[in-house]
Design a protein around this ligand. Structure first.
Ligand code: ZN
Length: 160
């Protein structure tokens, strides 16, 4: 069993999710996101798509009392965790935009002490938020990897 980091329910079907850019999203499980555990069709082609159907090589097939289920392979998690260690593309873009904006709007007269204080306070808040969200993403990726190994070990023990 794994614990959903989103709703804290215990389930064999906790799903860890990442965006295309490797940023981790909240977990999903049948109790907090029942709809995503049902098959669905896209309006364009009416075909059924599940994660393991779209990306079969990233999943391992497992069996439990409810039948078959799929989990992401540990090596695929590791690859995604590696991506998390790189600066996020959004952060890099935001930084580039901020620098361009700064160059464009640069003024020549010095800041007043009050403005300077305000600017430093704002920068501290931004830096703290970026650091926190990155640390949280890395922590969640490690926990997901650990859960995956626990799941694997317990399923091997059950078969032995
Ligand atoms: Zn949940």
């Amino acid at each position: 069993m794994a614990i959903c980091s989103n709703c804290k329910s215990e389930s064999r079907r906790v799903r860890s999710r990442w965006t295309d850019k490797g940023v981790q999203l909240a977990d999903e499980c049948p109790s907090c996101a029942p709809r995503t555990f049902e098959k669905f069709t896209t309006p364009s082609d009416k075909k059924i798509h599940m994660g393991f159907e779209a990306h079969p090589n990233e999943y391992e097939k497992r069996y439990d009392s409810d039948g078959v289920f799929y989990i992401r392979k540990p090596e695929y998690r590791a690859e995604q965790e590696e991506k998390l260690k790189q600066p996020c593309a959004d952060d890099v873009e935001a930084q580039e935009r901020a620098e361009a904006n700064k160059r464009a709007s640069r003024r020549t007269d010095p800041m007043t002490p009050a403005e300077l204080e305000q600017a430093i306070a704002k920068a501290r808040i931004l830096a703290g938020a970026i650091e926190q969200s990155h640390a949280q993403a890395v922590k969640e990726a490690r926990e997901a990897e650990l859960q995956s190994w626990i799941q694997k070990a317990s399923s091997q023990a059950a078969q032995a």
